[in-house]
Design a protein around this ligand. Sequence first.
Ligand code: AMP
Length: 284
Amino acid sequence: MAVNRTRTVEECRAAVARKRKAGRRIGFVPTMGALHEGHLSLVDYARERSDWVVLSVFVNPLQFGPQEDFERYPRDPDRDARLAAGRGADLVFEPLLEEMLPRPLATRVTMEGLTDAFEGEARPGHFDGVLTIVTKLFHVVQPDVAVFGQKDAQQAAAVRRLVLDLDFPVEIVVAPIVRDPDGVALSSRNAYLSEEERRSARCLSLSLEAARSLVDGGERDAARVERAMRALLDGTTGVEVEYAAVVDPQRFTRVERIEGPSLAAVAARFGGTRLIDNTILTPA
Ligand code: AMP
């Protein structure tokens, strides 16, 4: 199926303006490309909640640290456009670097509090880079609804807060994590894993399952749940754990007691590849 593709802000704005004038509700799925079933599930969510869906592909340099994988991040624009079209996206917006960032930025979006720990601590500047580009993309696309993945739970919480704090007229929807049959959450970075690393990576979802079954069994002490997650991760060969934590899903601060919905979140390195995963813990 053919899909409209554009590299320019001007064309994207014009296409959206035409659809809006025709009374369409605009849906938006921002991505960095190398699309997989997780991204495509977000297109499904956007289609259910809007009439015309824009998917953006932009590998955002502002959200990568100097030692991170910006240069080697997988890129395959033709495949992305084909997959997005096949899933029913109406426009693929794939701006070049110089289109999104034609000059050094003098203005940036920064956030305090919920982006300080976990991903924010491990990746200094990451969230400011994400929120700055999300702001620009929201201004270009002007969606009625934008869909993000629970896979990046802290990012989704930060985007919700951005929209709340700065009065963006956009509804934020967060879609569940899509996993491979072995439990590993889909991620563009899984492509970096050797076979052995891929086997080790199962420990992330296994640690989250362990957390869930403890909570289902009545455990309410977050520290005990964290210790169980960590024991499982530490017992796997070839994994370097960064964090295994139970947090408040909106504020991303540690909780002591799991009395309401809480988030179990993990991050670890497998060789040179850093992966994250999480699950909601819901005490009965
Ligand atoms: P990325 O291309 O990694 O920036 O991701 C773009 C969007 O897809 C983000 O909102 C991610 O949270 C979401 N996403 C990535 N992986 C998954 C997954 N396995 N399941 C659901 N959503 C995902």
